[in-house]
Design a binder for this molecule. Structure first.
Ligand code: HPA
Length: 270
């Protein structure tokens, strides 16, 4: 595992990806952040040794290296999901590569359903905590001692410092930003009314099919991270409306401008 990671890192360095400070992972329908990057290099995943190859058509599958506000960033345009059939090792491979390339902080976005009736479609929610309901864990198996401890602490998986900065910036930019708990499920189906009721009961505000594997791997490596979810569907079990992936992508796209503005402002302050 470590040698495959190092081969990817070596390849990317040879391509000119030197010393990125911040890693970015963009979720479904949330690509506008890339427009804020002064792109130096964009490499299709398929060219990077050992990188998983993107399958879902609305993910472009490029690793982008460039500058935002004078800081070097490396951004994943399109991430990997467990429901697509990837292993947890594959899903977290790019985040581990980013860490070995030198990133000091990680920013992630995703599209999520909301069980919290205060969070309407299009709302931005900063993750304060999560519940992992995925049937697997990226740290399962022999521990990569060089990367982190066998039993990583998870008492504060989201960087307090980054979250405080994001809340402050949102206030300054008059962008409403809520805080909440995200539950990760396998998908690919959305949830039944009974499942949304269950998720709400166990303390989740949001539900989605991504992010938590990357956050676990980041915590394992001691990489501070922050996540903003865009609410794409309202999951009140007593008033549930059918929703399609097309609508989820459309709503994510409408909120993407505000999200990118916040990420750009944060990078300026890191
Ligand atoms: N459930 C799971 N994942 C999702 C949802 C949802 O309602 N909306 C966006 N991603």
């Amino acid at each position: 595992m470590l040698s495959t990671l190092q081969e990817s890192v070596q390849f990317l360095r040879q391509q000119g990806m030197h010393d990125p400070e911040i890693g970015i992972v963009l979720g479904t329908g949330l690509g506008k952040m890339v427009d804020k990057v002064k792109i130096i290099q964009s490499i299709p995943y398929s060219r990077i040794p050992h990188f998983p190859v993107a399958t879902v058509e609305f993910h472009q599958g490029n690793l982008i290296y460039g500058e935002v506000g004078g800081k070097k960033v490396v951004a994943m345009q399109g991430r990997f999901h467990y429901y697509e059939g990837y292993s947890m090792q594959q899903i977290t491979f790019p985040v581990r590569v980013m860490k070995l390339l030198g990133v000091k902080q990680l920013l992630l976005s995703n599209a999520a359903g909301s069980m919290n009736t205060n969070f309407k479609k299009g709302a931005l929610v900063l993750l304060d905590d999560h519940i992992n309901l995925l049937p697997d864990n990226p740290l399962r198996g022999k521990n990569l001692d060089e990367m982190g401890p066998r039993f990583p602490d998870m008492s504060g998986p989201y960087s307090r410092e980054m979250n405080m900065k994001l809340l402050h910036l949102a206030n300054k930019l008059t962008i409403p930003l809520y805080s909440g708990v995200y539950a990760a499920v396998m998908g690919p189906n959305l949830e039944t009314r009974a499942e949304y009721r269950f998720l709400r009961t166990i303390g989740a505000d949001l539900v989605g099919m991504s992010t938590v594997p990357e956050v676990i791997a980041a915590n394992h490596m001691g990489l501070p991270c922050a996540v903003i979810s865009v609410v794409t569907d309202e999951c009140d079990p007593d008033h549930l409306q059918p929703i399609s992936i097309e609508e989820i992508i459309k709503i994510a796209g409408e909120a993407d401008g505000k999200l990118s503005q916040l990420f750009e402002a944060l990078i300026g302050e890191l």
